[in-house]
Design a protein around this ligand. Structure first.
Ligand SMILES: NC(=O)c1ccc[n+]([C@@H]2O[C@H](COP(=O)([O-])OP(=O)(O)OC[C@H]3O[C@@H](n4cnc5c(N)ncnc54)[C@H](OP(=O)(O)O)[C@@H]3O)[C@@H](O)[C@H]2O)c1
Length: 326
């Protein structure tokens, strides 16, 4: 395994461009509904607990609060900018060449930063630009664009060349899309962020990325129990991963929580993981994953839960030719 022997929570993995990325990060999606001070408090609690990696996105509308937390901890002398690994994402409404730097600059301004450690293309499908609308619609239907994600990637490469982002990657791409991108790009993606957990194992994608030296980040490691209905399958979440008897039994055996087992499952495979919580006690609980090992039998039992079930499917854009989850 290619971990550095550094402090546990800030343990890093080397990317294909030489940068190092902490294997555990704080997810922040759906934190924007919180009272303004709460997300700031959650990020500050995470930094106090040792997290050095924060995952956000333009479309989460929460970067101002994350920026305040980072600034406050830097002013207190607890962290320096170079200690942190900050990830944001280019939103689908900004796929046109002239809009790509606009999206990044807004994130940088809100985060009060002059560079990002990693910038991801959030989705291979573009959405029509209509003012500041995140999900532009007409007559109730979402409006997509036909901009090719390979062209968007050229804009991402330009951002890396400008120094405003240190590493670039993609999110929600399938193998065919990755393969096409790899044949046409100058800079290969350093990271791909996708949904991964025992109900969505994606062995082919994981193996493919490892063979191409692209680091995986697992999003929604608990199956995103609080996801908004418009991004889900529309059902009432019949799949409660944190309560699955296989997961709870492995947790009992190791005297760990189900959440810790689900996080350990990734880091033990060399996969970065970004659980979201805005509760300080859970933020801390989610760091205690570096002092135990799942056995081969545990790993096999967890993989055996696979049912190709995705929490985040973005149903509205299903008919687009670049829709990745087919
Ligand atoms: N690239 C993409 O398209 C994409 C899509 C989805 C997510 N993401 C990223 O991945 C991050 C994580 O995914 P997610 O937010 O969808 O869901 P998740 O991390 O799978 O689940 C978060 C939920 O689990 C709860 N939770 C956290 N720690 C827990 C623990 N120890 N025990 C029990 N419950 C716990 C949280 O509640 P509390 O907050 O109340 O603790 C929250 O409701 C996101 O926040 C975002 O940064 C990216």
């Amino acid at each position: 395994m290619y971990f550095m022997e550094d402090t546990q929570v800030a343990r890093t993995i080397q990317l294909n461009d030489g940068a190092r990325m902490p294997v555990l990060g704080l997810g922040t999606w759906k934190s924007s509904h919180l009272p303004r001070t709460s997300l700031q408090g959650a990020v500050e609690a995470a930094i106090a607990a040792g997290y050095r990696h924060i995952d956000t996105a333009y479309c989460y509308c929460n970067e101002v609060d994350i920026g305040k937390a980072l600034r406050s901890k830097m002013q207190q002398g607890i962290i320096r900018r170079e200690d942190m690994f900050i990830v944001s994402k280019l939103w689908c409404t900004h796929h046109a060449p002239e809009d790509i730097p606009v999206c990044l600059n807004k994130s940088l301004k809100d985060l009060q930063l002059d560079y990002l450690d990693l910038y991801l293309m959030h989705f291979p499908v573009g959405l029509k630009k209509m003012g500041d609308e995140l999900y532009p619609k007409k007559d109730g239907r979402i409006l997509t664009s036909d901009i090719d994600y390979v062209d968007v990637w050229k804009g991402m490469e330009a951002l890396k060349a400008s120094g405003k982002v240190k590493s670039i990657g993609v999110s929600n791409f399938n193998i065919l899309q990755l393969e096409r991108l790899l044949t046409m790009c100058t800079v290969p993606p350093a990271v791909i962020q996708v949904e991964l957990h025992p109900y969505m194992v994606q062995t082919d994608l994981v193996e493919y990325c490892k063979s191409k030296n692209i680091t995986l980040t697992a999003y929604s490691p608990f199956g995103s129990p609080a996801r908004p209905p418009e991004l889900s399958t529309g059902d009432t979440d019949p799949h409660k991963l944190l309560e699955d008897p296989v997961v709870t039994e492995i947790a009992r055996k190791h005297r760990k929580s189900p959440a810790q087992v689900l996080l350990r499952y990734h880091v033990q495979q060399g996969i970065v993981v970004i659980p979201k919580s805005d509760k300080p006690h859970r933020i801390l609980e989610n760091t205690k994953i570096f002092n135990f090992n799942l056995t081969e039998e545990d790993m096999a039992a967890l993989r055996g839960l696979d049912r190709g079930w995705k929490a985040c499917v973005f149903e509205d854009i299903k008919s687009h030719p670049y829709y990745p989850f087919v």
